[in-house]
Design a protein around this ligand. Structure first.
Ligand code: NAD
Length: 453
């Protein structure tokens, strides 16, 4: 079976490399010729643990190749995955599927023989039907069907998630298409992973419902964290207490700066928009999105409060720019809001991230960086932990006290051992913890954070 994947981003490249590692012949297409050239010469343009090894191994075995021209990879394909981006449209929060449509329009005239076109991109409900209509009008004689095969991988553990998923969802209207898809996933199914074959709309809804549910869990625990700060509780202990209930589960109950990244913000909005188009209101998910937005406005205030309310000329070390540990992806990262806001309030910012600094240089203009965390911390009045990279968890307390001007860290990920650092004279202001009250609430509350309510 020959497989083509359109789009070599976090999803397409991982899917293409892993499917070729299963033993199928895979060609990955991207319209970005520089990316294709880099991949052909063995360079993987994104940071994703374990991916480069699989890409290089598969290229050497000649089961994986790269192309920028559709002509080179569509006519022979039995299954074509579309894995291009579907960002948010700012006007209404809907998903912009123009890249998916462009890919379908470009591949349609090249279809030969029986072909499955599978959407791996996260797409609004009804997109499969729309693509099917597009193929019928453009190439009425082509034997093609559209399958929804949503991807549930997480950046930072994408390879493992792809080869060891909790489940595979295949939304197919034709049994021959479902069989072709099952064949691709047979190495996974043989290990006992559930493969759910459902109708196309169910598969499309499942992806949005999964991400919306997880985002809601995060928004929920963050509001519990706010309560803990006022009432004198500890949010992590509350998360443990409720998460050990199997009906609730402990994952995605970590209080922090709010959900970000390339998926949750856009997929929650698209879920709301896609439902509204069908006359259904998603009140629960709308509330989660609203709570998450309001949270952003409080983040910088925590830093200002830690410095007595005024950030002008305060030296701030920002530790972590990626939206989470394990990735260089900055999309919808808290840093995109926090860093410009610190700069606007006249703070002197020096940032560090173990892998995202090259990407950040294209995003933040004029930002100063430390080549190491220690360099970013040098002379800082306050440090802010924005990403839960393991190396920040193990920062040497003696290095901190030697390097920083004031030993105050605002830990927006609750990643540090506040008690241990406290023994060395380092104050850690976390999220949803009792000590947060002592340090933060003693300052006057900001006017703009109240306005955000
Ligand atoms: P990405 O932006 O990293 O990659 C998209 C790639 O598609 C880019 O390399 C771009 O050049 C290429 N592309 C765009 N239009 C093209 C076209 N017409 N022809 C050929 N190539 C084209 O995106 P991503 O993060 O991999 O996400 C892809 C899809 O998968 C999105 O719908 C996303 O919601 C979904 N998804 C993402 C994740 C994740 O963690 N990133 C997880 C699950 C699902």
């Amino acid at each position: 079976m020959k497989v083509t994947v359109i789009g070599t981003g976090y999803v397409g490249l991982v899917a293409g490399a892993c499917i070729s590692d299963f033993g199928f012949e895979v060609t990955c297409i991207d319209k970005d010729e520089n990316k294709v050239e880099a991949l052909r010469s063995g360079q993987v343009p994104i940071y994703e643990p374990g991916l480069a090894e699989i890409v290089n191994r598969s290229q050497q075995r000649e089961t994986l190749s790269f192309a920028s021209a559709y002509q080179d990879a569509i006519p022979n394909a039995d299954v074509v995955f579309i894995a291009v981006g579907t960002p948010t449209k700012d006007e209404d929060g809907s998903a912009d599927i123009s890249a998916v449509i462009a890919a379908a329009e470009e591949l349609a005239p090249l279809l030969r023989g029986r072909t499955v076109v599978a959407t791996k991109s996260t797409v609004p409900i009804g997109t499969g039907m729309r693509l099917e209509a597009l193929f019928r009008s453009m190439v009425p004689d082509a034997e093609v069907t559209v399958v929804s095969n949503p991807e549930f991988l997480r950046e930072g553990s994408a390879v493992r998630d792809f080869v060891e998923p909790d489940r595979v969802v295949i939304g197919a209207e034709e049994s021959w298409a479902a069989s072709a898809m099952r064949e691709i996933y047979s190495p996974i199914e043989q290990r006992g992973t559930p493969v759910l074959v459902v109708d196309r709309a169910t598969a499309e809804i499942s992806k949005y419902a999964a991400n919306s549910f997880l985002a809601t869990k995060i928004a929920f625990i963050n509001e519990v964290a706010d309560l803990c700060e006022q009432a004198g509780g500890d949010v992590q202990s509350v998360a443990d207490a409720i998460g050990l209930d199997a009906r609730i589960g402990s994952q995605f109950l970590k209080a922090g700066p709010g959900f970000g990244g390339s998926c949750f913000p856009k997929d929650t909005r698209a879920f709301i928009n896609s439902s509204e188009r069908l006359g259904i209101r998603q009140r629960v998910v709308s509330a989660a999105v609203h709570a998450n937005e309001a949270r952003k406005l409080h983040l910088v205030q925590r830093v200002a409060d830690a410095c007595g309310g005024d950030l002008s000329d305060v030296r701030v070390a920002v530790l972590g720019l990626a939206f989470k540990a394990g990735t260089d992806d900055l999309r919808e990262s808290p840093s995109l809001f926090v860093v410009p806001e610190l700069v606007r309030l006249a703070a002197e910012v020096r940032a560090h991230d173990p892998v995202a600094m090259p990407a950040a240089r294209d995003t933040f203009t004029g930002l100063n960086y430390g080549a190491t965390a220690e360099e970013a911390l040098d002379g800082a009045d306050v440090a802010v932990i924005l990403t839960d990279w393991p190396e920040y968890r193990t920062l040497d307390p003696e290095m901190l006290t030697r390097t920083m001007r004031n030993n105050v860290i605002v830990d927006l990920r609750n990643t540090l051992d506040a008690d241990r650092l406290g023994d060395f004279g380092v104050s850690v202001i976390g999220i949803g913890r009792r000590e947060t009250i002592d340090t933060v609430a003693s300052h006057e509350k900001p006017s703009y954070s109240q306005a955000a309510e």
